[in-house]
Structures are given as structure tokens and as C-alpha cells.
Design a binder for this molecule. Structure first.
Ligand SMILES: [Zn+2]
Ligand SMILES: [Zn+2]
Length: 349
């Protein structure tokens, strides 16, 4: 089978033909992958950014954690999932026994492992994974759209962490897949949302087409001006999804006293921050990462309710054999979500 493998702790990944992985262990299933999205973390792992060195002891492995597929085989002790089921992968594998797991906070599991970062993932014809990490899809949710579940769940979790409430004035910085999801979900929950980008014509135009009421290109206007023009005042919440440290400083500066800024991007650079801005303004700085089972369930429900809307986030579709082209596209500002297809490339798989 074809698989995009990260073989060595250094830049790059290799598209290889390999045999199917080992036989199924207890509790595992084999899934024929139908669609797998390229995530920001795949780009970081591919480029071998410093903060991805944690992967070293787990190499070689197949990348890809945003995937959907059809169950091809199940271990004898698996009862909850059957051959032929359409599923999406919940990529977090937890130990089930640590304090965080017992307290119902799987995201805090000390022995947490991620499919596609610590063990073989979905940029392959098929993948072996725990049945407990497969969520059966509702009828009528196409598998390509279902592969957006994980990034949308990350967006939903960020909206939850930021405490966005109905009527809140919300600024979202960064119109990438996560920022776009945050803006769509916050607006759907009744917030007044302004989505800002920097020289991001294509993605901001797509955001408007998808129904976002307000967007701003910060190449033409400052963030403070854009917020003032749209809200006539300071926002209640800012969500940063750019990965640029300066966005955090700018976001804090425009936030109303007592407002919340949630940092969602993965940052290559540290930030030097005037904490008096935070203290005297009584502002809250929060970090949002990964998702929760609740956010994952909400993501599936939102995708199933409006598959046509969310399908528009998939701006590029490529066969897995052209994975490198897909990674190059994903690095460019014009692409929103690049989806790889091990089988036939099509819509509504
Ligand atoms: Zn992801
Ligand atoms: Zn645990």
C-alpha cells in the first residue's frame, strides 16, 4: 500500500510502497482511508520544526490524523464497530488509568499519544487503530466532509475555552482552517464576529462566501481601526489563530477591560509582553489546544447538518500519490484545507 512516512528526525517525508501493517491487536480495527486532510501540525512535522522533536522516538511512522474511512477488519474482541462502518478518527489515544483520564479529561492524559504523530496515521491506503478512537458517522455525511471533523473540533474547543457567549463581540485573527472554523462556529452561536487576515484576499473572500458577515485585511487597515469600524468599540473576546506572537500583543491591546484572549496558534517564536496591559486591564489570557470528546461530537453534528457549507473549506483535492504537491499547496496562503485521497479523488465520497 501507499503511505506518506516520516522516516528520520529531519525535514521531509517519503511516499513509499509498503506492506500492510502488522495484524490487529486486541481492540483494534483496520480502516480503509477515504479522505485525509493536511493539518498545520503535519506541515510542522514535515518541516521538522523544533517543537516536533518529541516525535523522534516514535519514527518511522505514517503521518496524518485528520481522516475518515470505512472499516475493513476488526479484532475478534471488538464489538462496538463493524466491518463496513463509515468512521472518522478521534486521534487522541489515552491510557484510561491516569488521574486526568479518570477525571474525564482525556486531553490531559500523561501518556497521551496522537495517531499520525506518535503512531501510524491516515496518509495511507489503510491504517490500524484502536476501535475506541473510531466514531461512527451519521448517514448522509460524506466522508470527505467528515475528514474535517478534527480541525472543526479544535475550533469548537477554542470557542469553548474563550467562553464566547451569544451577543459577544469577537475578533478572530487568522483565516486559516482553524480560524475560519472558529469564526463560523462563534457566529453560528450568536456572536458578532470579525475575521481578520493579512494579505489574505482569497481566504477572506471565501469566508464572506461562506456567510461570515465581517472580514478585514490588516494590510489595508489596522486591527484597532477594523474593530472600531465594525463594533464601534472594543471586542469582548479575541481568538488568535495566526501563530505570530505579534498577534497576541495586538489582540490584547484592542480587547475590552476584563475581556478574554485565547491563543490557539502554534508559535515558533517566544513573546515579550507588557503584563501591565493584562493586569491593569483585568484581561484574561488563555491557551486552547486540541479538542474534547464533546467538541468532537459537536463537530460531527455541525458537519452533518450543513455538509455543503463546510465542504467549501476543502479548497484542494489531490491523490495521496501527490502528497508533496499537497503539502506545498497547504503552505501557501491561497489554500484553506488540502484533502488527500488514497483512492479516487472526488467530492461527496
Ligand atoms: Zn489537525
Ligand atoms: Zn491517561
Amino acid at each position: 500500500m501507499l503511505a506518506l512516512r516520516k522516516n528520520i528526525p529531519g525535514p521531509g517525508a517519503e511516499l513509499v510502497r509498503c506492506g500492510q501493517s502488522e495484524p490487529l491487536a486486541s481492540g483494534e480495527i483496520r480502516v480503509d482511508v477515504r479522505a485525509a486532510g493536511i493539518c498545520g501540525s503535519d506541515l510542522h512535522a514535515h518541516a521538522w520544526d523544533a517543537s516536533y522533536a518529541f516525535m523522534s522516538p516514535f519514527l518511522p511512522l505514517t503521518l496524518g490524523h485528520e481522516f475518515s474511512g470505512v472499516v475493513a477488519a476488526v479484532a475478534p474482541d471488538v464489538t462496538e464497530i463493524s466491518v463496513g462502518d463509515s468512521i472518522v478518527c478521534w486521534p487522541t489515544v489515552t491510557c484510561g488509568t491516569c488521574a486526568a483520564c479518570r477525571a474525564g479529561r482525556p486531553g490531559g492524559c500523561e501518556a497521551r499519544r496522537v495517531i499520525g504523530l506518535h503512531r501510524d496515521g491516515g496518509f495511507a491506503d489503510s491504517v490500524r487503530m484502536p476501535a475506541a478512537n473510531a466514531l461512527r458517522l451519521p448517514d448522509g455525511l460524506p466522508l470527505d466532509v467528515a475528514a474535517l471533523t478534527e480541525p472543526l473540533a479544535v475550533s469548537i474547543n477554542a470557542v469553548d475555552v474563550a467562553g464566547v457567549a451569544k451577543g459577544d463581540r469577537v475578533v478572530v485573527l487568522g483565516p486559516g482552517p482553524i480560524g475560519m472554523g472558529i469564526a463560523l462556529v462563534a457566529q453560528a452561536r450568536g456572536a458578532d464576529v470579525l475575521l481578520a487576515g493579512f494579505r489574505d484576499d482569497a481566504r477572506l473572500a471565501l469566508a464572506r462566501d461562506m456567510g461570515l458577515k465581517a472580514v478585514a485585511d490588516l494590510a489595508q487597515v489596522t486591527l484597532a481601526e477594523a474593530a472600531q469600524a465594525h463594533f464601534g468599540g472594543a471586542p469582548d473576546v479575541v481568538l488568535e489563530a495566526t501563530g505570530h506572537a505579534s498577534s497576541v500583543t495586538e489582540g490584547l491591546a484592542i480587547l475590552r477591560p476584563g475581556g478574554v484572549l485565547a491563543v490557539v496558534g502554534i508559535h515558533a517564536q517566544p513573546l515579550s509582553l507588557d503584563l501591565n496591559l493584562l493586569v491593569r486591564g483585568k484581561k484574561q489570557l488563555r491557551g486552547a489546544h486540541d479538542s474534547t470528546p464533546q467538541a468532537f461530537a459537536e463537530a460531527i453534528a455541525r458537519l452533518a447538518a450543513e455538509p455543503g457549507l463546510y465542504a467549501r473549506m476543502i479548497t484542494h483535492r489531490l491523490p495521496l500519490a501527490q502528497a508533496e504537491d499537497g503539502f506545498a499547496l497547504a503552505r501557501q496562503g491561497a489554500a484553506l484545507k488540502v484533502m488527500l485521497f488514497p483512492g479516487e479523488v472526488k467530492e461527496n465520497v
